[in-house]
Design a protein around this ligand. Sequence first.
Ligand code: GLN
Length: 431
Amino acid sequence: MNKIVKEAKEIDKEYNTFITLNESLEKGKPIVIKDNICTKGIKTTAGSKILENYIPVFDATVIEKLKSKGFSILGKTVQDAFGFGSFSTNCAYKTPKNPFDKERVCGGSSGGTAAFIKLSKNVKYGLGQSTGGSINCPSAFCGVVGLTPTYGLVSRYGLIDYANSFDRIGPITKNVKDAAYLLSIMAGEDKRDQTTQNKAENYTKYCGSNVKGMKIGLIKEAFSNDVQKEVKSSVLTAIKKFKKLNCKVEEVSFPSLKYVVPVYYILAMAEASTNLAKYCGLRYGKEKKIEGFYDSYFSDVRSENFGKEEKRRILLGTFIRMVGYRDDYYIKALKLRNKIISDFKKLFKKFDVLVTPTMPLLPPKFSEIKNLSPAEIYSMDFLTIPASLVGAPSMSIPVGEVKGLPVGMQLIANYFEEGKLIKLGDAYEKK
Ligand code: GLN
């Protein structure tokens, strides 16, 4: 057996990283792909039982592009079903374990990719997908680099939707340069995704450049008491390095941070509930023998194959969009999203990059989150959600370890300024 496949099998056995492993890996640069990105001839489940038997007959645009540059797919990684989660514990098949401590979570929802990239000696490239933080969060928890590009820079064609106005595909890698390389291949306009723009660059050219004079805004509210002390101090220490690199660091207030979690979850669930409507046992996803009334057929298929979190989001999302509630929830959240976007744009008149911790906590133990309510879990996304609501690019880079666990620092830039993230991230790594 190929040594790359052999290693992947061993890691998978111990850490639960793959839903599908491609044992007939061809020659080329090996890459692992989150399981909600369509791969021709390789099962693509979006982490849900309802797509257990789905084998796409086409490649997502990003996969086409990567294959044309000599990449070959080693496997499809474990994720929260449809991306619904912050810890990779809403998984229909198996639950990935943290590379630093198997009793801890990997972060979600792209947990399988992040864990595998950390653990593998042979594979340095992975793809994740983010709606509200699912690239940055697992990257922080697993000690790797995650880059969430500007909405519209990378085609979503062939991505199984969670929430269309948020979803983004991005690299998860061991270092900033590899992320820049993957992004350079994937970025660019795609006629099959009309939200894409022709803004692609060669991002690797930003590695090794001088960051002197760059203006960095430290978001004050992101270092509040809602963030664990150890996380705060690691990120603040990391920020000192930027000062040594002659960047200008200044504190700045972002008061609308307190609204981001409810606004995001209202909008994301509204979109998710419409996206999941198509899995009703007829054209998409699992089927069974059609008997009785259609209504009971639909609900049987959906009850049997959706997990708890999928059902919760369908119910809440449908409620949010219903006549009578729509104005109070959905429309109001849309207005607030616009307000948050304009607040952000103001900050970017003054700063090149904003900085926060990626997650407010160290990767928790499975036992520690078992009894948390969904709302408590959702609230932990308050640092990755801002850039997700805005559609701005962001990146998580590892900034050392506390108690043997990794801490991630998040950098956020203005639209299509991935170059600045890469510049700073790479300079940080090298210092
Ligand atoms: N934790 C967030 C959610 O559950 C974000 C997940 C994601 O980015 N896919 O919606």
